[in-house]
Design a binder for this molecule. Structure first.
Ligand SMILES: *[C@@H]1O[C@H](CO)[C@@H](O)[C@H](O)[C@H]1NC(C)=O
Ligand SMILES: *[C@@H]1O[C@H](CO)[C@@H](O)[C@H](O)[C@H]1NC(C)=O
Ligand SMILES: *[C@@H]1O[C@H](CO)[C@@H](O)[C@H](O)[C@H]1NC(C)=O
Ligand SMILES: *[C@@H]1O[C@H](CO)[C@@H](O)[C@H](O)[C@H]1NC(C)=O
Ligand SMILES: *[C@@H]1O[C@H](CO)[C@@H](O)[C@H](O)[C@H]1NC(C)=O
Ligand SMILES: *[C@@H]1O[C@H](CO)[C@@H](O)[C@H](O)[C@H]1NC(C)=O
Ligand SMILES: *[C@@H]1O[C@H](CO)[C@@H](O)[C@H](O)[C@H]1NC(C)=O
Ligand SMILES: *[C@@H]1O[C@H](CO)[C@@H](O)[C@H](O)[C@H]1NC(C)=O
Ligand SMILES: *[C@@H]1O[C@H](CO)[C@@H](O)[C@H](O)[C@H]1NC(C)=O
Ligand SMILES: *[C@@H]1O[C@H](CO)[C@@H](O)[C@H](O)[C@H]1NC(C)=O
Ligand SMILES: *[C@@H]1O[C@H](CO)[C@@H](O)[C@H](O)[C@H]1NC(C)=O
Ligand SMILES: *[C@@H]1O[C@H](CO)[C@@H](O)[C@H](O)[C@H]1NC(C)=O
Length: 354
């Protein structure tokens, strides 16, 4: 029930009373000029958000941020992580830039930050931005195998999700190699390549288009093998071989004997043939040779061939008997060699194994 008292009509204001179940409960002054009666405390303005935050540097463990100061005095900044923790950044007043490095962080991680401007007037609504740390570098790249046209590499994955790998060649081109998340090894075959060539590789891990530090390594392809060997001469103690050089620079040749010993043959770069005399050898002997090329200690596929030395000639043949139908000859035996006897009359050779 609401009523007005006529006793109050002479006053400059009306007192209105609200009675609930007969109890005076509130007196409300009307038409009071409140602005004149309330003490004039000017509220401090809420500070503005920063205009923009730039990531000016980063590595595996830190992100460096920069922003323009907000005008005003007594301004500080509070950087809040998405996990709720925050850090206060005090700066001197001014209209310069603030540079702040957030650390320690985890490599290859996206962080959701909110930057608040703080003053006596309170906190700004917050400037929200994302920033990522650089992914970890690969630890170790192993060349698993190589042939004339390809090199197979292996490395351990780095921890993190959404990581890819980018392999860059010395010619500047690069290739991206996405892999599944999780632990394990990545095996990657680089192809096509040129035989007997040294390649400079750079492997990056990539996270949200941010590369890791570079991992540099060198790997070589297997050199070409020789396609044929000609025996161009032999005598009792040596065999002369000839073959065409293979393409490439810095190629050497290795000649392996069946007993396992190997001779390295250095040749000049460029086209042409190689002539090489193997000596000393034993007369009348069959040799199994393996010829291979070498480039930076990587051997080519083997080329196997057989060559023989000339047998010793028989000296001092004595006629030890003769009759109408036969002549008996005697000479010192040359071991393991087929002998040839020429009949003077017929000039037809007769072979005899002794
Ligand atoms: C309140 O007071 C101010 C200054 O004292 C005056 O300018 C304003 O007009 C007044 N308002 C009312 C509703 O009386
Ligand atoms: C990352 O960068 C910060 C700031 O530049 C530096 O202090 C730190 O040593 C760097 N860490 C690595 C692992 O490079
Ligand atoms: C900050 O103050 C400078 C001069 O002190 C002025 O030129 C600039 O416009 C101000 N910036 C803002 C956002 O008010
Ligand atoms: C920062 O952290 C403190 C204490 O941990 C908390 O009182 C404050 O509200 C936080 N600030 C923001 C902007 O979240
Ligand atoms: C703020 O900027 C103005 C104009 O660019 C400059 O004159 C003044 O020195 C700056 N103040 C500070 C504290 O850097
Ligand atoms: C970042 O965090 C803010 C508040 O904590 C949230 O509103 C926003 O969606 C988050 N952004 C992303 C990309 O997660
Ligand atoms: C690289 O890997 C090879 C083979 O797995 C290992 O022998 C070598 O010690 C590793 N090197 C480094 C620096 O981890
Ligand atoms: C080289 O190795 C790759 C991968 O193992 C294979 O695909 C290719 O056929 C090989 N090339 C030659 C010439 O052996
Ligand atoms: C790889 O190549 C692409 C395009 O050719 C280029 O945008 C990118 O920056 C390169 N990456 C690296 C790590 O060089
Ligand atoms: C990867 O390996 C590390 C240590 O070797 C282990 O702590 C982690 O749980 C493994 N993660 C996965 C996804 O297998
Ligand atoms: C490869 O790298 C080595 C040193 O890292 C350098 O001496 C060589 O010139 C490079 N080769 C090419 C073809 O870039
Ligand atoms: C090897 O002999 C063949 C047939 O006589 C000849 O065509 C070839 O050019 C020779 N090769 C070399 C390297 O001398």
């Amino acid at each position: 029930m609401v009523w007005s008292s006529s006793l109050a009509m002479g006053l400059s204001h009306v007192i209105m009373c609200l009675c609930v179940t007969g109890v005076w409960c509130q007196v409300t002054p009307l038409s009071l000029n409140t602005t004149t009666t309330i003490s004039p405390t000017t509220p401090k303005p809420t500070p503005a958000n920063v205009g923009h935050v730039t990531v000016i540097g980063r590595n595996e463990t830190s992100i460096t941020l920069q922003w323009n100061e907000v005008n005003g005095t007594g301004i500080t900044y509070e950087l809040k992580f998405s996990n709720g923790s925050n850090t206060t950044i005090s700066v001197s007043d001014g209209n310069g830039t603030v540079t702040y490095t957030v650390s320690p962080l985890t490599a290859g991680t996206e962080y959701n930050f909110t930057l608040f401007t703080m003053s006596e007037g309170g906190s700004s609504i917050g400037y929200n931005f994302l920033a990522v740390t650089a992914p970890a570098n690969v630890g170790n790249v192993t060349v698993m195998e190589q042939n004339e046209t390809s090199i197979t590499l292996e490395w351990e994955k780095v921890s993190g999700t959404g990581i890819t790998y980018e392999l860059k060649f010395n010619n500047g081109s690069n290739t991206t190699n996405p892999v599944s998340d999780g632990n394990g090894t990545v095996t990657y075959t680089v192809s096509p390549l040129t035989a007997g060539t040294e390649y400079n590789f750079t492997l990056f891990t990539m996270f949200k288009e941010i590369p890791s530090r570079a991992y540099n390594f060198i790997a070589v392809t297997r050199p070409l093998s020789v396609v044929g060997v000609n025996v161009t001469g032999q005598n009792e103690t040596s065999i002369t071989l000839q073959w065409n050089k293979v393409n490439g620079t810095g190629i050497t040749y290795g000649l392996k004997f069946s007993n396992g010993s190997t001779t390295t043959i250095s040749v000049s770069d460029g086209n042409g043939t190689v002539t090489y005399t193997v000596s000393p050898l034993t007369a009348g002997t069959e040799y199994n040779f393996t010829l291979f090329t070498m480039f930076k200690e990587i051997p080519s596929r083997a080329y196997n061939f057989i060559a023989v030395t000339r047998p010793l000639s028989v000296d001092g043949v004595n006629v030890t008997g003769q009759n109408e139908t036969s002549i008996t000859l005697q000479w010192n035996k040359v071991s393991g060699v087929l002998m040839e006897v020429n009949y003077l009359q017929s000039l037809l050779p007769s072979m005899l194994r002794l």
